[in-house]
Design a protein around this ligand. Sequence first.
Ligand SMILES: Nc1ncnc2c1ncn2[C@@H]1O[C@H](COP(=O)(O)OP(=O)(O)O)[C@@H](O)[C@H]1O
Ligand SMILES: [Mg+2]
Length: 254
Amino acid sequence: MIPTTSYSRDRCVTGVHGLDEILKGGIPYGSTVLASGTCGSGKTTLGMEFLVRGALAGEACAHFTATEPSVKLLENIRQFQFFDMQMVDTGLINVFDMDVLYSWLGMQKTSFELEDVHALIKSITDIVNTIGVTRLVIDSVTTLCYKIRSEQLIRDFLFTLGKKLATLGCTTILISEITSASENALWSSFGVEEAIADGIIVLGDIERMGHLLRYIQVVKMRGTGHSRAKYAFELTPLGVMMTPMLKWGSVKGQ
Ligand SMILES: Nc1ncnc2c1ncn2[C@@H]1O[C@H](COP(=O)(O)OP(=O)(O)O)[C@@H](O)[C@H]1O
Ligand SMILES: [Mg+2]
């Protein structure tokens, strides 16, 4: 007999405007979500707002920054009204500079070998476990791979990272840098990142009458039904704002 009771998995309610509605309640708790986008598409801002909304609800958050130094990241993000530097000062949002982490680990080298890759994953998971992080952002997984020369080692690193993240219990946004978010584009640089992700969110640009409009689209999210439409994605001083693309009347079939 088919059971009639429905099972609903606990959600990480992101608190980001529009996103929880698109995801019918939030990201299934403990998922690893790839946020893929081109340069300037809003990945870092989305990731940081995800942490801020969690910190406001009392969650322990961590942001590992590899694309830019933490000083620069915080300098840029503090322009947004949703961000409060006190969250960092009081340890609700823990920002880790990957370059500092590399120097703690004695990994200031031009290329990483197998033991470095394992030390890196161990150090990230130790930090997450020690602080009891429930929201994690790695910005970006693409940059983490730059010092790993061999493709095989990159694949091993990503699969091991994915397996570790799956056991940590925290909800993770793995930021992925791509050069194009067009229909035929890949969601990652190495083609493995999407395989370790439970969800994929794409951030891109659409040109309309001389303006570059930002859009966001949830391509995949295990454990929940969700809209697969493109939504206009705006970065406002108060944070992210999402509206259905149809408002512009120019994106058909979405
Ligand atoms: N204070 C601000 N208010 C609104 N938008 C901003 C503000 N500061 C930066 N931006 C926009 O955010 C973009 C960068 O977003 P970011 O999240 O860093 O992108 P990514 O990480 O994908 O490269 C800038 O190009 C600019 O358009
Ligand atoms: Mg960025």
